[in-house]
Design a binder for this molecule. Structure first.
Ligand code: G1P
Length: 274
């Protein structure tokens, strides 16, 4: 059983400055809900109730969001407005939250390694809240991946086909197709130039990792951008054992970019709010 999920949220969100000067980018709202809450809801619906945030300076608003706000709640108690808190109250009831500080920004691999103490020796999920994933039929992406994990018992990355001109923004896989939408990874490259990309299958921000990844990360030298990359660690895991890449069902928005963020906002407004 997988019950733990890691949320690396220490990044600066420079693309959204000045909005993110004193506010975590993960707290930017898609309509009326912060990005990070969508991610936690997805994790919860996959049964991942032990949530760990790998956080950093200036991210306190995330802790406050997943906690009681006495004054506010006292004020609206018994009024019609209380229903606006139903969603977040449900999450707080079902999940536990821990926070670990990543003191230096040394890359996603480093952020994941920072979470090792709370994860321990079990498989766990990783959600990058910037990638907003909306289920379109049936289960959310994490729930789909947990199901696959039960079958294969190895690390799994979610993938999506992206246009070649955008491939340099992603980790990219090469793999042998096992069945429709499922590949055994043979190679992975972080942020390749289009001419070096082994395919147009980009890794998106959903992972299930087996705990041997921690030792591998510890021995992974800095890669693209001088950062310790989870993609490089996964490549080693794929060489020595097995890593699966899964073309998830659903829709994903790159909310780390302004265009993706606006697209997600319009989509969520049309589908969930109106
Ligand atoms: C990270 C990963 C990359 C992955 C991407 C998905 O990159 O390093 O492999 O494709 O997330 O969003 P980042 O967006 O942090 O640069």
């Amino acid at each position: 059983m997988i019950t733990k999920c890691l949320f690396p949220v220490a990044g600066y969100g420079t693309r959204f400055l000045p909005a993110t000067k004193s506010m975590p980018k993960e707290m930017l709202p898609i309509v009326n809900k912060p990005l990070v809450q969508y991610g936690v809801e997805e994790a919860l619906s996959a049964g991942l109730t032990e949530v760990t945030f790998v956080t950093g300076r200036g991210k306190r608003a995330i802790e406050d969001h997943f906690d009681i706000s006495y004054e506010l709640e006292h004020q609206i108690e018994g009024t019609g407005k209380e229903m606006y808190l139903d969603g977040i109250r449900h999450i707080m009831q079902e999940c536990s939250f821990s926070y670990i500080r990543q003191r230096e920004m040394k890359g996603l691999g480093h952020a994941i390694l920072t979470g090792e103490k709370t994860i321990g020796n079990e498989a766990f999920g990783v959600v990058l809240a910037d990638d907003l994933c909306i289920e379109q039929e049936g289960d959310g992406v994490m729930a789909q991946m947990v199901r696959l994990y039960k079958q294969f018992r190895c690390s799994i990355v979610a993938i999506e086909e992206v246009p070649m001109e955008e491939i340099h923004r992603y980790g990219v896989i090469e793999g042998e197709q096992i069945k429709d939408g499922l590949f055994q990874v043979t190679r992975m490259v972080e942020k390749p130039k289009p001419e070096d990309a082994p395919s147009n299958y980009a890794i998106i921000g959903r992972y299930i990792l087996t705990p041997d990844i921690f030792d591998i990360i510890r021995n992974t030298p800095p890669g693209a951008n001088g950062e310790i990359q989870i993609t490089d660690a996964l490549m080693k895991q794929a060489q020595d054992g097995c890593v699966m890449a899964y073309r998830f069902k659903g829709r994903r928005f790159d909310c780390g970019s302004v265009d993706g963020f606006i697209e997600a906002t319009n989509y969520c407004y049309d589908h969930f709010y109106k």
